[in-house]
Every structure is written in C-alpha cells, then in structure tokens.
Design a protein around this ligand. Sequence first.
Ligand code: GTP
Length: 234
Amino acid sequence: MNPVYKRILLKLSGEVLAGAQKSGIDFDTVLTISKSIKKVVDMGVQVAIVVGGGNFWRGRSSGEMDRTRADHMGMLATVINSLGLADGLEKVGLDVRVQTAIEMREIAEPYIRNKAVRHLEKGRVVIFGCGTGNPFFSTDTGAALRAAEIDADIIFKATNVDGVYDSDPNQNPNAVKYDTVSFMDVLNKGLHVMDSTAASLCMDNKLPILVFNLNDPENIVRAVSGENAGTIVK
Ligand code: GTP
C-alpha cells in the first residue's frame, strides 16, 4: 500500500502506553505500538511523536497543588513516556531521537526544529517530550505546535474510542460517529477531540487531525494509506 502522507505527527496519550493496567507503562503494549509504527516507517512515512503523561500524572487534576508546579510534573511524566517509547521503537529496529522542550541534555537532545526535521528526513522517528515546555498548555497543544513547526501533513491522534461522536459513546448507546467534522463544529459543539487551544492552533494552520483507535494496530497502516480509520477533523 502506498502512503498518502509524507510526514505525520502521532499523538499518543499516556494511557495508551499503560495498556490494560491504566497507569505506568506496559512494555508489551509499547512493543505492539512500536511494531505498528515500524510498518508505517517502512512504508516511507516520516513519523514524529508527542506523548502525553496522564498514565503517571495529570497537571490539570492535581487538586490543591499549584498549577504551574503540577504542570512541570506532568511534563516530566511525558519524558518518562518518551524514553519508554524510544526503547520500544529501538527494540523493533527503528532509529529514534528524543528531543525535549525543557533542556535535560544528559537524558535527551534539546528541541531544535531543524535538527528534528533532519532526523525525520533520515528516516529516524523523533519523539518530542515536555509538551510545549510551558505550564497551562496540554500535550495536545504541544502536538499541534510541533506538527505546525515541522510541516506535518496531518496529526494522528490515537485514543481509546474509534473516532469523534456527537455525544460520549461510553454513556450514550445512540451516539453517532462522524466520518469528518469541521474545526468550527468541534469548537462550537465542544466535541471531545482536543482542548480548544490545540484545536484552534490546528484550524489556524490548516492542520487536519485524524482521531482513531490504536487498539487495532493495523489502523495506523490503514490511516496512512488514506483510509478514514476514524474521524477526520478539517
Ligand atoms: P546526525 O547529525 O544526522 O548524524 O544525527 P545524530 O543524532 O546521529 O548525531 P549526533 O552526533 O547529533 O548525535 C549522536 C547521538 O547522541 C544520538 O543518539 C543523539 O540522540 C545523541 N545526542 C545528541 N545531542 C544530544 C544531547 O544534547 N543530549 C543527549 N542526551 N544526547 C544527545
């Protein structure tokens, strides 16, 4: 199958890496995801990745804590996930570079846009840690920002539902799934795709988002082949 995208930014939630255990990292799950990513890289697609940190820590639901500090902890959680994922990707034979928005040079490269693009051009997977590097921003916003910076064709947002619905499919059995939906609808109807900062950034930069389920590892291959494997927001 020929890919229809040259460069994608894959956004993985932290929970995806936790597999069935809901928190921490399940390495079997990481390997399964890594194998799917390898198939896509082997098709000639350049893959950059942003990972969330919710399997370890969630800044926005930290109760009484100072929000900035809580978000710093969340950014560190994304680094743990980035390193865990890098290990899985290397185990399946991929070249990987981790870059962090907050410098921690002993652990990873600092984020340098042109270097990231160079890595991608050489067929390396680049994982961006620390989100945007700022508190009060989600890792979805980090994904939108990095996707815009590296000129990605599309953001692949892997979730545990298979697309965008008009209401929560876990609560409402009659919820209807969209094949495509506009950014305006996402923003006006408050559809659960990304927070409004991230969605606006994508809209302003004409960056489509594919929301899909990674539980079926073939989905990502279908998606880069141009099949609508979930819901496309554009
Ligand atoms: P090319 O320039 O294309 O050869 O890329 P490269 O990443 O292979 O070369 P480079 O010499 O930049 O890096 C060699 C190794 O060191 C890679 O594994 C990088 O991820 C790693 N590396 C480079 N810079 C840093 C850094 O600032 N911190 C850490 N921890 N590792 C780094």
